[in-house]
Design a protein around this ligand. Structure first.
Ligand code: GLP
Length: 239
């Protein structure tokens, strides 16, 4: 657990971890996240690419999740988010960028395919994560049981409400997403979870002392041997 002064410092610290990995392994496989939290990390990666400090043209990426039912070109799709905030500014060839499909013809087959693609790429070297205010990671919501592999997930009502501000009308807000499972995330060799802002203080303090429970999906990370949690002062204020 590392508590830093500001969200900018969190972005820089996460970019440092990625830079270090890239130095060791220029062909590394990165697991990427969306939401507001990783934006500082992405800005810092782009800056380092532009100044020539970072060579990202040989990496492979897999995103955690995508809304179910949205076309790629829907302005709120995670595909669009990734294009806008990262991919259009980096020289990663499209064939090495992977996102779960938002509108798969066969849900189960494409989820299985996503798992196989991760495996064929040699597994994820570093997975970047945010955390939902209810403790979800990816779109693995608190529940009686958790899914190990990539699957179609029903979003918690609180998640739907948290996302509603990005959509023009309530009917448009997706109720489902395709997400990596807890097992997919746990197989990553290294995990970096980011949390910034006051709104994450409570869940971080819960996570800190929580037993391992499916009611707090991020608590599964207590079992992972190589996790770094980077928080800013606000998110870390109740630790
Ligand atoms: C969404 C994403 C998560 C993300 C979470 C928190 O639900 N599926 O991957 O961690 O939101 O988002 P934010 O970083 O905007 O707080």
């Amino acid at each position: 657990w590392v508590v830093l002064d500001s969200k900018e410092a969190v972005g820089i610290a996460a970019a440092d971890q990625i830079s270090r990995l890239l130095q060791e392994k220029p062909t590394c496989v990165l697991g990427l996240a969306t939401g507001g939290t990783p934006l500082g990390t992405y800005r810092e990666l782009i800056r380092r690419h532009q100044t020539g400090e970072l060579e990202m043209s040989r990496v492979t990426t897999f995103n955690l999740d995508e809304y179910y039912g949205l076309d790629r070109d829907h302005p709120q799709s995670y595909w669009q988010y990734m294009q806008e905030h990262l991919f259009r500014s980096l020289p990663i060839p499209e064939e090495r960028i992977h996102m779960p499909p938002g509108k798969p013809e066969q849900v189960e087959a494409s989820c299985l395919e996503y798992e196989q693609e991760i495996e064929q790429a040699g597994g994820i070297d570093l997975q970047l994560l945010g955390i939902g205010a209810n403790g979800h990671i990816g779109f693995n919501e608190p529940a009686e049981s958790l899914q190990p592999a990539t699957h179609l997930a029903k979003l918690a009502e609180s998640t739907v409400q948290a996302n509603a501000r990005f959509f023009a009308s309530p009917e448009e807000v997706p109720q489902y997403a395709i997400t990596m499972g807890i097992g997919t995330i746990m197989k990553a060799k290294r995990i970096v979870l980011l949390a910034t802002g006051e709104a994450k203080a409570e869940i971080l303090s819960k996570l800190y002392t929580s037993p391992i429970t499916t009611r707090l999906p991020a608590s599964m990370l207590h079992m992972h041997p190589h996790v770094t949690i980077l928080a800013d002062r606000e998110a870390g204020s109740l630790l």
